[in-house]
Design a protein around this ligand. Structure first.
Ligand code: GLA
Ligand code: ZN
Length: 671
């Protein structure tokens, strides 16, 4: 288990470096990531490399026992490169080129950009492959889909389409371009999609292919670098710092080339309201179903031109332990010291501008010493849940392209399941459908809107062999081309679910959204009634179901067709499928989760307070349960049978966690 920091020696006078390295070592920081924005210092002029300063900085860190992860600097190409090749700037939909003076000002599909990326990577890796302090590499920084509209991207998109479809006839048929007379008779006629171009939405099939293309462009750009690093530094690991719930690109494809996923966690400080660290950790770990690193962990006030809030005392430690609870094997804080210049002057590091160790330094040092103490126990442990929530970037894009109604957003759907599982301490693994589903006893599936025959088969097999599948509305609507399927919904899963969707309607809120807490929350919606008489508020979507072998678990109490089934359960093979024909309130998902986990007899905890995050790390037969109090109040938590308190308050049946406190217990072996 490692604790570390992101460090920019190039921002500080060299005579400060030894002090920084000593303070890091004294705080228990043992790994540093650096150089990912330092292209202009590593190649000040074309072809003239200068790595001496970096080698000196690495040497000083190494002298304090600190290891180094190097970042390739391609998120910030230098001014000389852009001056020579202005065509490297990415273009927006109006054709305006991004200019110099920020970062990410490069089109990743551009061949010249790719060749300079290969060159700097090769020079850097050649220089540091045998450096004793260097252990691994980060490619670029926070990759996104290359949603660029330059002429070169338009040309390459058309080539990509030609490779995919072979002929224009095939493309026209796949996209249904006869609609609005859009049939293409030449490849050059195909536009890049842009919502506002004609005051009308572009063809959804064109859109989805462009999103795939833009994502693949980034994956290919990274692949160039990975190939070089593997060749020149075969002993080093390769990772990338992902962005949690960011969804412009296919993170599963990006991760295929990597040894493990890292990500950047900025959970608080009124910076981004929708941050959800628990869910994001699970989604990041789920990409490869493998432990992760947090390459950037919040260490103070976030801020660029404006500032967020200072994390409360104990909150930085809490977030860092939460990362470990969710499978992080390293937590690096961003950044060492708040920068004196540039855009991120107010993105606060462990040290303030004054460079003097203060409260945050001591909080992080305390965390690092706790980690050091518990490492012998926790090293080698992993997170593996008995239940999973499926994640898919393709579904996510398709729902971005056609949201249909607010409330069907991909992460919103994942979150509803995740929250309900969390209340029973079940912490679902958030995984791609290509994972080994048989390793989970229950699988929860947000709208699998684009349902290929392969995916349908995979899910059907899972149920047939004994799995419990939970489906959401808007499943099985589309083909991979983003055109509508003709089978009754949920399409090829109708038999597994034992139902047909006879009719449906979006549900709009009946109270103004402004008074709503979240999306359609606060809507009177429509009531549904469970077989046991409990009623729940339904919202966003209403499916009216015809039973084809399934039994009704809940029926509509209100809405267009009262009395008709809305939630169903079907035995199929050795397993079962539960179909949810609506989006419910939180208690609805808790009831569904309770029904399923109790029936499966999964070991869970009841009475987890809202805001307390529970995860288990396991190592062979050993299990460690983490309780993370994300709230600023005391919380009582129910304890399973434990044999040892590793951190935090001890207790027998329950324990009291202070504000932002964390507890870790070793669990009694299962009888
Ligand atoms: C991201 C980037 C960092 C830095 C921080 C804070 O996570 O990777 O370089 O910009 O945000 O803004
Ligand atoms: Zn481009």
């Amino acid at each position: 288990m490692r604790v570390g920091v992101d460090y920019y020696p190039e921002h500080w006078p060299e005579d400060r470096w030894p002090t920084d390295a000593r303070l890091m070592r004294e705080a228990g920081l043992s790994v540093v990531r650096m150089a990912e924005f330092a292209w202009c210092r590593m190649e000040p002029q074309e072809g003239r490399y200068d790595f001496d300063w970096l080698e000196r900085a690495i040497g000083i860190l190494h002298g304090e026992g600190i290891e180094v992860v190097l970042g390739t600097p391609t998120a910030t190409p230098p001014a000389w490169l852009h001056e020579r090749y202005p065509e490297l700037y990415p273009a927006d939909p109006r054709g305006y080129r991004k200019g110099f003076g920020t970062r990410l000002q490069r089109c990743l599909g551009n061949e010249i950009m790719r060749s300079y990326s290969r060159r700097i990577t090769e020079a850097m890796v050649a220089r540091f492959a045998d450096n004793p302090a260097v252990i691994g590499w980060q490619t670029d920084n926070e990759f996104e889909a290359n949603l660029c509209y330059c002429d070169d991207c338009a040309r390459r998109f058309r080539e990509w389409l030609r490779r995919k479809y072979g002929t224009l006839d095939a493309l026209n048929a796949a996209w249904g371009t006869v609609f609005w007379s859009q049939e293409y008779s030449g490849w050059s006629q195909i536009p890049l999609p842009w919502e506002a171009r004609c005051g009308q939405s572009h063809n959804p099939s064109l859109w989805l292919d462009y999103r795939r293309f833009a994502s693949e462009t980034t994956v290919a750009f990274q692949h160039d670098q990975v190939e070089i690093i593997r060749r020149l530094a075969p002993g080093h690991f390769i990772t990338h710092n992902f962005m949690g719930l960011h969804d412009s690109m296919d993170y599963v494809a990006l991760a295929e080339d990597l040894d493990f996923v890292s990500w950047d966690n900025y959970p608080g400080g009124a910076w981004h309201a929708d941050r959800d660290p628990a869910m994001a950790h699970d989604a990041m770990r789920g990409i490869k179903e493998k432990n992760i690193w947090v390459m950037e962990e919040q260490s103070g006030i976030p801020g660029w031109e404006r500032m967020g809030v200072r994390p409360a005392p104990g909150q930085i430690r809490m977030w860092a332990w939460q990362a470990i609870a969710h499978g992080a094997d390293a937590v690096l804080f961003f950044r060492w010291r708040s920068c004196l210049y540039g855009t991120e002057q107010y993105w606060h590091g462990i040290l303030n501008h004054d460079g003097i160790p203060r409260r945050r330094y001591h909080e992080i040092a305390g965390f690092a010493s706790e980690v050091a103490k518990l490492s012998p126990e926790l090293d080698g442990s992993i997170v593996k849940s008995r239940v999973a929530i499926l994640n898919s970037y393709e579904q996510n894009w398709a729902l971005q392209i056609q949201p249909q109604i607010d409330g069907l957003g991909w992460w919103e759907q994942v979150r509803r399941f995740a929250n309900a599982l969390g209340r029973r301490a079940l912490g679902g693994d958030i995984v791609p459908i290509t994972t080994n589903l048989a390793s989970f006893q229950a699988v929860f599936v947000p709208s699998w809107y684009i349902l290929t025959d392969d995916d349908a088969q995979r899910l059907a097999d899972y149920v047939k062999n004994g799995g419990t599948l939970v489906l959401n509305p808007r499943t099985g609507v589309k083909h991979a081309d983003n055109t509508c399927r003709t089978e009754p919904l949920p399409g090829p899963l109708a038999e597994v679910a034992g139902i047909e969707v006879d009719d449906y309607s979006p549900i709009y809120p009946t109270v103004p959204l402004s008074s709503a807490a979240e999306g359609n929350e606060g809507s009177e919606g429509c009531l549904i009634r469970m077989a046991d008489g409990r009623e729940f508020c339904a919202k966003v979507w209403a499916d009216y179901l015809t039973l084809k072998g399934a039994e009704a678990v809940a029926t509509w109490e209100q809405g267009h067709f009262p009395g008709e089934p809305v939630v169903t359960r079907n035995r199929f093979g050795k397993g079962s499928c539960c179909y949810l024909g609506t989006i419910g309130e939180a208690e609805f998902y808790e009831a569904v989760v309770a029904m399923i986990v109790d029936e499966l007899g999964l070991p869970t905890l009841e009475g987890i307070p809202l805001g307390v995050d529970v995860r288990v790390r396991r190592k062979g037969e050993e299990r460690f349960v983490f309780f993370v109090n994300q709230t600023g109040e005391d919380q009582w938590v129910p304890l399973p049978p434990i044999v040892e308190t590793l951190l935090g308050p001890s207790g027998t049946k329950e324990a009291a966690l202070g504000p932002y406190d964390v507890a870790i217990y070793k669990l009694a072996p299962r009888a």
